[in-house]
Design a protein around this ligand. Structure first.
Ligand code: KMH
Ligand code: ZN
Length: 276
């Protein structure tokens, strides 16, 4: 089977040190978490940055400082800044990290409730705009889909020429307001994308490892990390992102999936090639 690309979502914008003290805020903490995840086998670091007090920010200056230090420790790792940011941020704020010299970023492909009164807004025009900017800046988008309707929208926008090949989907399942991450959901989504497209799963909370195992067994790729799940097992907090990545590496052994290096991940996804 193809090699397994592991992405580590080291911090996110919502989870806090109160939830798990290993959630990184400072530049030093963020670099440490990224490097440890890389050492364990993560080819891609999905990156959000925070101010030192934990407040999420999309400041390109902050991103640049973090990226420079991560790259100094592991130059080959793929850094994937978030363009989702945090709920309530403006389009331009969210797009700030795309002004940097980056090769990949997330592209959120639909609106959804995000718990309580929160709505994570990604209108059709937002998606077209984000896709256009990423294309112009030669940034490979990871297509974040939180439910089936988001995939349908991506496929429509692909047909109309707003979203380009090669398409790499991320099924983010288990958000309070999005689709659950049961096996039937996984199969429904996997069968809804073109056979030549690649996909990764990001299971939120208790869905993280069951979905990871399903994706591994069906040739997909996996995202784990404190952004998505703070526990290494039921009721036991993960002592950092590295532990979560190591658990995926162990699962991969069971299915004889080797772990992709960052350069192998670039090849599998088609990053850096000429995009149609
Ligand atoms: N923090 C969420 C509102 C992404 O990184 O692209 C959005 C998010 C998705 O985390
Ligand atoms: Zn994110």
């Amino acid at each position: 089977m193809n090699k397994l690309i592991i992405t580590c979502a080291i911090s996110g914008a919502e989870v806090t040190k109160k939830d798990n003290p290993f959630v990184p805020y400072t530049i030093e903490e963020t670099v440490r978490e990224a490097y440890e995840a890389y050492l364990a086998g993560a080819a891609i670091i999905h990156l959000h940055v925070r101010h030192d007090d934990g407040t999420p920010t999309q400041s390109k200056t902050r991103y640049q400082a973090v990226i420079d230090q991560i790259k100094a420790k592991c130059p080959d790792v793929i850094i994937q800044p978030s363009t989702g940011g945090a709920v309530g941020m403006t389009r331009d704020e969210r797009l700030e990290p795309t002004e940097l010299d980056i090769e990949m970023a997330t592209l959120d492909c639909g609106t959804l409730n995000f718990g309580g009164d929160q709505i994570f807004v990604n209108t059709e025009n937002d998606i077209k705009y984000f896709a256009k900017i990423m294309k112009e800046r030669n940034i490979f988008p990871e297509l974040e889909c939180f439910e089936k309707g988001h995939i349908d929208l991506v496929l429509r926008l692909n047909k109309k020429g707003f979203i380009h090949e090669p398409m790499h989907f991320s099924f983010v399942l288990g958000v309070n307001g999005g689709m659950t991450g049961e096996a039937r959901d996984f199969h429904f989504l996997r069968e809804s994308i073109p056979s030549h497209a690649t996909f990764s799963v990001a299971g939120i909370g208790r869905y993280e490892f069951p979905l990871a195992e399903l994706a591994i067994s069906y040739g997909g790729h996996v995202r784990v990390g404190l952004e998505d799940n703070i526990y290494i097992e039921k009721g036991v907090l993960a002592e950092g992102n590295q532990a979560l990545v190591k658990k995926v590496v162990e699962l991969a052994k069971k299915y004889n999936r080797e772990i992709a290096t960052p350069d192998e991940a670039r090849q599998i996804l088609g990053i850096g090639g000429s995009h149609e």
